[in-house]
Design a binder for this molecule. Structure first.
Ligand code: ZN
Ligand code: ZN
Length: 263
């Protein structure tokens, strides 16, 4: 399995960067994990034939995890290459699969409905909502979910191949045991490190982690490798790394656009 960072910014893009987006490739299968603002352009740099994506999986409905599904939909429906080749999908039946959390279909429709296009995503993708305790298959990748505490309903996502390689994407969350248990023994765990410091919010109402907390969480999960992500370029990357490594007790991978991990 190959895991490539398309975007690692938090809720606002880094200079020239993109919000959450990761390309996961396993043999012939190509899965886009999150599609935040700025991600579609980054996907095109890596994958000129973006229509070959098999599925997009979204952890939660904050804009920085799905907003570029809008330009992605316009491209699938109207790009000159698609129109001229006669490959336009027909009302979602032939487009890539889109798996969002419960309630996502309505939420997508409300946003694009602001300009009268409630069905935009449904005309480009085969839109589905996953069951939180269910399992989906994307080519050779098995996908399962774990609720994690964030400001809104949010799911960590596990991706497992037939030969047992396993990636867990931690999505956005505060420190929690659910993600530690869910990620136990994974080959790679992504953990968010949005916060420069803990701040004044009560511990059980926070939605994010510091780099140190991200490292500590990964250490408890006993994973093969940890990638620290969802941090701003307005933070000092050396400090993010040193705090995460102090929490983890070993080297971490700092997410950067184009960074690839082979498992
Ligand atoms: Zn979020
Ligand atoms: Zn986010």
């Amino acid at each position: 399995m190959r895991f490539t960072v398309l975007g690692k910014s938090p809720a606002w893009e880094d200079t020239g960067g993109a919000c959450s987006g990761y390309l996961v490739e396993e043999q012939e299968t190509q899965l886009l994990l999150e599609c935040g603002n700025g991600v579609f352009g980054k996907l095109r740099e890596r994958m000129p034939d973006y229509s070959a994506i098999d599925a997009v999986v979204v952890s939660h409905l904050h804009a920085d995890h799905w907003l570029d599904l809008i330009p992605f939909s316009y491209a699938l429906n109207y790009s000159p290459s698609r129109v001229h080749s006669g490959e336009m999908p027909i009302a979602g039946s032939a487009g890539p699969a889109l798996w969002g959390p419960p309630g996502s279909t309505d939420a997508f429709g409300r946003v694009t409905g602001a300009w009268g296009s409630e069905e935009l995503l449904a005309t480009a993708f085969e839109v589905n909502e996953y069951e939180p305790d269910g399992e989906i298959s994307v080519g050779g990748i098995s996908v399962t979910f774990q609720p994690v505490p964030h400001y809104i309903e949010t799911y960590a996502i596990s991706l497992v191949t037939a030969n047992g390689s396993r990636i867990v994407h931690g999505a956005d969350c505060r420190p929690n045991n659910e993600l530690i248990e869910f990620a136990k023994g994974a080959d790679l765990l992504t953990v968010e490190a949005t916060l420069a410091q803990q701040g004044d919010e009560p511990e059980d109402e926070r939605g994010h982690m510091t780099a140190r907390e991200a490292g500590e969480l990964a250490g408890k999960a006993e994973v093969g490798a940890v990638m620290i992500t969802h941090f701003s370029d307005e933070l000092d990357p050396d400090q993010v790394r040193s705090e995460a490594e102090a929490g983890y007790g070993a080297e971490v991978i700092l997410a950067a656009e184009g960074e690839t991990v082979e498992l």
